[in-house]
Design a protein around this ligand. Structure first.
Ligand SMILES: [Zn+2]
Length: 76
């Protein structure tokens, strides 16, 4: 006896969309410091936060995160 399963593959695409915007964040990575800029709509705002943080603390290394949004759509 032969069993046959039919699977339907539905192609989807994923792409950047402006919905939801783009956010910029900076995180201080100096040991023991957990300061972070919080999300900002403008790149300069996160950079300014890092510059001020360095001025106050001399911490000079930051992890930067840029977040965008993507939408998945069915290609059919
Ligand atoms: Zn710090």
């Amino acid at each position: 006896m032969t069993a046959r399963a039919v699977y339907r593959h539905v192609p989807h695409t994923i792409r950047h969309v402006p919905d939801g915007g783009i956010t910029y964040e900076a995180f201080c990575v100096t040991a023991g410091c957990y300061a972070e800029s919080g999300p900002h709509d403008e790149r300069e705002a996160a950079q300014d936060w890092a510059l001020r943080h360095t001025g106050r603390t001399s911490h000079d290394l930051f992890r930067r995160v840029v977040t965008d949004h993507a939408k998945v759509t069915c290609a059919d």
